[in-house]
Design a protein around this ligand. Structure first.
Ligand code: COA
Length: 197
């Protein structure tokens, strides 16, 4: 059964731009032992990958997005999350996904360590998968370090299954680490949706 995302409120997801890269790198470097470089993010943007960021806004909790029609006042899709009280507007998560003919590949999913464990990663993951479904993807793929228990738990709980193992795929302290290849069959939405940005 799908888990509800109810722990946090006030997360706004929007497309990543070049201007976000300093903040994105700060999150990336705080979260990963082997972070992506700025150049990799630039390449992803230039390649037209689906690149998203999530930020927390300093907003009156009563007026936060998430309780209405699914769009925040700016017209961007609402993650459905709301946080009790976000002190400053800050970028806390990013996600990067490539689209193929009928499949998508999630290349990066990252939450700042200060904000982990509050449903933000799940919200970004669901957001990426929703976009992939709307664009007609039938299967989602991703790779994850075999030691990354937190990410594995998240992906398994969203229905991903291990479908392969890439030996020595990731750099690791003192050597290389294997990666699970995980896949999820995507159900298509019942009714056609308007195109996503
Ligand atoms: C993996 C990551 C994206 C998850 O995001 P998050 O916001 O921390 O996760 P969520 O709060 O949405 O929790 C989702 C699930 O992850 C698992 N999880 C979260 N925190 C956990 C912890 N401390 N220990 C074990 N599992 C944990 C749980 O299954 C949780 O679901 P539940 O709360 O319903 O039990 C985030 O931890 C992260 O950015 N890690 C560093 C970068 C990374 O490893 N990215 C994945 C690369 S493949």
């Amino acid at each position: 059964m799908k888990r509800p995302v109810t722990k946090t409120r006030g997360l706004r997801l929007r497309p990543m731009t070049e201007a976000d890269l300093a903040s994105v790198l700060a999150v990336e470097q705080a979260a990963y032992a082997f972070p992506w470089s700025r150049q990799i993010f630039t390449d992803c943007l230039e390649a037209g990958y689906s690149c998203w960021v999530g930020e927390l806004a300093a907003t009156n909790p009563g007026a936060l997005p998430g309780s209405g029609c699914g769009l925040d006042p700016s017209g961007m899709p609402d993650s459905g999350l709301t946080l009790p009280e976000a002190r400053v507007s800050s970028l806390v998560t990013h996600g990067v996904m490539g689209m193929g003919v009928d499949e998508c590949q999630i290349f990066n999913l990252c939450v700042h360590p200060q904000w982990q464990g509050q449903g933000i990663g799940r919200a970004m993951l669901r957001h990426l998968l929703q976009i992939a479904r709307r664009r007609g993807a039938k299967t989602a793929f991703l790779e994850v370090r075999v030691s990354n228990a937190r990410a594995l738990a998240l992906y398994r709980s969203e229905g991903f299954c291990e479908v392969g193992l890439r030996r020595g795929y990731y750099p690791a302290s003192g050597g290389r680490e294997d990666a699970w290849v995980m896949a999820l069959e995507l159900m298509q939405p019942a009714t056609p949706s308007p195109p996503f940005p």
